[in-house]
Structure formats: structure tokens, C-alpha cells
Design a protein around this ligand. Structure first.
Ligand code: ATP
Length: 220
């Protein structure tokens, strides 16, 4: 499903060059639930962003469903991302002055889905995460766990094959974190391929496979 070959990522600023990823070779199979762990700054988010076509590698090739995307234009990448990938972030990334329902509809706006079906899909996604009773709320009226459930609904509304989650439980207490993990496991059982960055060994244990990074290199 996701195939990374000889991936290197170098960040250059005027004063410093950082080798964030060093010769990463990785295969994520359809239906897998994989976690990525490692110390701060070891390249976890960079790896997730490369897999999610948000960040271009300095070297190496990325294949998604057998399609080599390295030569794709930004527009082609954006389209592929919108169709195939749902993102979840530690700090939720919701738009504060939109309702919960409007937030969840956002990925469908980019696909020009019409108003009525768009709302129906968003309602279905919210029902899946148990938030049908909060559709008209605004993000600031929700708890952290509820905000993350909205973010998950937004990630799954377009029925993506792949969910990429960057520390989805990082801002939550353990009870809420466990709830979010259960939702992710349910989505995985329904067929979604999931890659999750986490600092939490307990969360990692609930996934199929653990990848450990150290200084940009895969050590497990
Ligand atoms: N846009 C950027 N410009 C320059 N350097 C960057 C940039 N993004 C990340 N880096 C550097 O690349 C390295 C890897 O960063 P990354 O965010 O992938 O690490 P991480 O493992 O996700 O860290 P954390 O657990 O703290 O979130 C770090 O040394 C970081 O400073």
C-alpha cells in the first residue's frame, strides 16, 4: 500500500543542515496498523509527512498503491492525498469558527461533493465516532477527546484507504486516549490501513507492528 525506498530527507536552513531521514526502506501493507516511536527529533513526523505526500523526500522513491508519486505535480499530489489519505494531528487542527459538522465536511469541499450528500456523509462520519449529538457545537465547546473524535470524523469522511495519525492521543488523558485508540482499532478492523506516531508504549502495543526510529534511521 505504502512503499518507501531509500528515502532521505535533508532540511537546509542558512546555518544548519539536518538529515531528518536517512535511507529509510519501508513497506506498509493494506490493512496493517503500524506505530512509529522514537525520541524527540528522530524524524517521526517527517516520515509520516513523506508517507502522506505532504513533504517531498530529498532522495528515494515513494509509491502509493503501486503508483510512483515522486514525479507528480503539486496539484496531482493534492488530489491523490484528498482521495486516499486522512490525517489526524495531536492538536486536532479544527477550524474554530466552523461548527463540528462544517469542519467534518471540509475534505469533501475539495472534491466538489454537492451540499446535501456532503452533509449526509459528514453526519455518517460523526455517528461513527459517537458525536451525532454535537453537530452544531463549535470546537471550543468540546472536550479534548471530543475534538479529536471530530478530527477523526473529518479524516474518514472521504473514505480514505490510509489514515495517518501524528500523536493522536498526545494531548489527551489516558481514558480519552484509550477511547481514541479503540476508534482507530475499529476503523482498522473495517479495513483502513493506519500509521500512527506515538510516544506511548501502551498505545503502540495495541497496533500490529512497531517501527522505531533513531536519528533518522530505522532501528526496528
Ligand atoms: N521545516 C523544517 N526545517 C528545518 N528542520 C526541520 C524542519 N522540520 C523538522 N526539522 C528537523 O528535522 C528533525 C526531525 O524532525 P521531526 O519533527 O520529524 O521529529 P519528531 O521525531 O517528529 O520529533 P517530536 O517527537 O519532537 O515531534 C529535527 O531535528 C527537526 O529539528
Amino acid at each position: 500500500m505504502i512503499h518507501l525506498q531509500n528515502i532521505e530527507k535533508v532540511y537546509r536552513t542558512s546555518t544548519i543542515e539536518t538529515l531528518a531521514l536517512n535511507n529509510i526502506n519501508l513497506d506498509i501493507k493494506k490493512g496493517e496498523f503500524v506505530s512509529i516511536m522514537g525520541p524527540s527529533g528522530c524524524g517521526k513526523s517527517t516520515l509520516l509527512n513523506v508517507m502522506g505526500l505532504l513533504d517531498e523526500p530529498s532522495k528515494g522513491t515513494v509509491q502509493l498503491d503501486g503508483q510512483p508519486v515522486t514525479k507528480y505535480t503539486d496539484k496531482e499530489l493534492a488530489k491523490l492525498r484528498n482521495q486516499k489519505i486522512g490525517f489526524i494531528f495531536q492538536s486536532f487542527h479544527l477550524i474554530n469558527d466552523l461548527t463540528v459538522l462544517d469542519n467534518v465536511e471540509i475534505p469533501l469541499l475539495y472534491r466538489s461533493t454537492n451540499g446535501k450528500p456532503r452533509q449526509e456523509y459528514a453526519k455518517e462520519a460523526l455517528a461513527k465516532v459517537g458525536l451525532s449529538n454535537r453537530m452544531k457545537h463549535f470546537p471550543k465547546q468540546l472536550s479534548g477527546g471530543q475534538k479529536q473524535r471530530v478530527a477523526i470524523a473529518r479524516a474518514i469522511v472521504g473514505n480514505p484507504d490510509i489514515i495517518l495519525a501524528d500523536e493522536p492521543t498526545g494531548n489527551l488523558d489516558s481514558a480519552m486516549g484509550n477511547e481514541i485508540m479503540t476508534i482507530l482499532q475499529d476503523l482498522n478492523n473495517e479495513g483502513a490501513t493506519i500509521v500512527m506516531v506515538t510516544h506511548d508504549e501502551q498505545m503502540a502495543k495495541r497496533t500490529h507492528r512497531l517501527i522505531r526510529l533513531f536519528d533518522g534511521t530505522q532501528v526496528l
